[in-house]
Ligand binder design. Sequence first.
Ligand SMILES: Cc1cc2nc3c(=O)[nH]c(=O)nc-3n(C[C@H](O)[C@H](O)[C@H](O)COP(=O)(O)OP(=O)(O)OC[C@H]3O[C@@H](n4cnc5c(N)ncnc54)[C@H](O)[C@@H]3O)c2cc1C
Length: 253
Amino acid sequence: MTSVERIVDVAIVGAGFAGLAMAGALRRAGRDDFVVLERAADVGGTWRDNTYPGVACDVPAHLYSLAAHPNPHWSRTFAPGGEIQTYLRDVAARERLGDRLRLRTPMLGAEWDAADAVWRIDTGIDAEPLIARSLVLACGRLTEPHVPPIDGLESFDGPLFHSARWDHDVDLTRQAGRRRRHRRQRGAARPRTRPPRRTRDAVPAHPRVDRPARRRRDPPQRPRASRREPRRPRPPARRALRRGRRTLRLALG
Ligand SMILES: Cc1cc2nc3c(=O)[nH]c(=O)nc-3n(C[C@H](O)[C@H](O)[C@H](O)COP(=O)(O)OP(=O)(O)OC[C@H]3O[C@@H](n4cnc5c(N)ncnc54)[C@H](O)[C@@H]3O)c2cc1C
């Protein structure tokens, strides 16, 4: 789509895994009249935004890839986030999405026009809405970082950031003292180190899963007579043979 094209067959919102997969499927089906609206400056979604140390997928990367774009080059079974981000950029390039991608273009709202059977999409960029016959929402579910209401968060004077917006300029090795000082100032109790006592009737909120006790490695001992394995019964053929021999011995004297 060019900047003058205001009517498309399909408008996809989001250029993460889902949006890129949809765009690729349309391309391969020969339906080229689509556009991908992405509010950020790059594709990748989750994997563009999450860059915290150690970020990686938690399902094997060979399964966490698009069927149309298998990747034999994953460096690890649980590929690092940066590698997945590179993979998604590569998918966009292989699907030749460059001219279909509209980066830095948010969908601010969409209205269904029943009379013309089209969506009117407000991107806040152009005066006129974008018009699409079909609208595909691939906006993700974890795109908005949620900061939990942690007690004392507002008075903490150290650097604060969500793991989905990691601040790589912060040296975390220097932050432990600041955290201790903050806790002291607020007079917060030391964190419990002992688990609460359990009564017989109490049902724990999270049932404890004890590891099986480790078996002591004792020196090998001969089994006591009572613990020895019972003798295996002799096969009937051998028993009959022995009986026959005994009879013969008796007959011969
Ligand atoms: C740290 C982390 C690890 C994860 N690991 C795994 C894993 O191992 N396995 C697994 O199955 N899942 C995992 N997930 C879940 C992951 O989010 C999904 O697997 C997948 O990446 C979601 O893709 P998506 O395209 O649906 O959404 P997203 O990747 O969130 O992409 C949505 C895109 O839509 C854009 N967007 C949103 N709203 C608008 C708007 N109004 N206008 C324009 N653009 C918009 C966003 O900017 C974003 O680029 C993980 C998630 C996180 C956060």
